[in-house]
Design a protein around this ligand. Structure first.
Ligand SMILES: NS(=O)(=O)c1ccc2oc(=S)[nH]c2c1
Ligand SMILES: [Zn+2]
Length: 261
């Protein structure tokens, strides 16, 4: 079902255009963010993140990343403000990371990559009836990107790394209740924002990107836990370690990047 794609030599980002021509579109993500070329915009209000009553459901390995899904049947956890005209509902979060000692973020800042990048995926339930419908609309999704840099242990990330062994293989899924991603936010909500796309196939150009300026710190050990995950299924005798699951920066094509005040 659908086209096989991955992060390897044959099926990686440089070949995605063959099955997903939008890969060469005008609003592709990620991008390299150049801070002093970003324009401060008075109309950009503060970002408002209301995750207080969010309900995580499960954690899974989809063969590309580890994903935590949320109950999005009502507006219990939303982001609004900033560049957004409506509240957007939290649907899932996942990570992108590198290999040992290599950077693994998707967005870069003046050419600098980070060890990893967390994506909190939200959808516009005011304008669209389902996530699927929103995921193909130009203002359908809002993804909050948070950089992870190596340093001290992150006091809450262990809640996730402690259960990664249960989703080692592609296709595995486990209950994961009561996790609130508010604990993964940095202290500052200052951000850059631009119009872009999903960074994995189908690469829909449906994302309002909100990238936080302040990274969070995680330890090399915690990052190493992500690398114990596998791209491959349990019955697959080829054990492919899940790492370097990031798309490199794409052409800006004249887009404006705005900065919060
Ligand atoms: N990496 S990302 O742009 O946040 C992103 C978010 C949601 C997605 O759903 C599919 S399917 N691919 C996706 C990529
Ligand atoms: Zn992502």
């Amino acid at each position: 079902t659908g086209h096989h794609w991955g992060y390897g030599k044959e099926d990686g980002p440089s070949s995605w255009y063959k099955n997903y021509p939008v890969a060469e579109g005008n609003r592709q993500s990620p991008i390299d963010i150049v801070p002093n070329e970003a324009s401060r915009d008075r109309n950009l209000g503060p970002l408002m993140i209301n995750y207080d009553h969010c309900t995580s459901i499960n954690i899974s390995n989809n063969g590309h990343s580890v994903v935590v899904e949320f109950n999005d049947s009502d507006d219990r956890s939303v982001i609004k403000g900033g560049p957004l005209d409506n509240p957007y509902r939290l649907k899932q979060f996942h990570f992108h990371w590198g290999g040992k000692g290599h950077e693994g973020s998707e967005h870069t800042v003046s050419g600098k990559g980070f060890a990893s990048e967390l994506h909190l995926v939200h959808w516009n339930a005011v304008k669209y009836k389902t996530y699927g419908e929103a995921s193909t609309a130009p203002d359908g999704l809002a993804v909050l990107g948070i950089f992870l840099e190596t340093g001290d242990d992150h006091r809450w990330l262990h809640m996730i790394t402690d259960v990664l062994y249960t989703v080692k293989y592609k296709g595995s899924i486990t209950d994961f209740k009561g996790f609130n991603p508010k604990c993964l936010l940095p202290s500052s909500l200052h951000f850059w924002t631009y119009l872009g796309s999903l960074t994995t196939p189908p690469l829909h150009e449906s994302v309002i990107w909100i990238v936080l300026k302040e990274p969070i710190e995680v330890s090399e050990k915690q990052l190493g836990m992500l690398r114990m995950l596998l791209f491959t299924e349990e019955e697959d005798n080829q054990k492919m370690r899940m790492e370097n699951n990031f798309r490199p920066p794409q052409p800006l094509k004249g887009r404006r990047v705005r900065s919060s005040n």
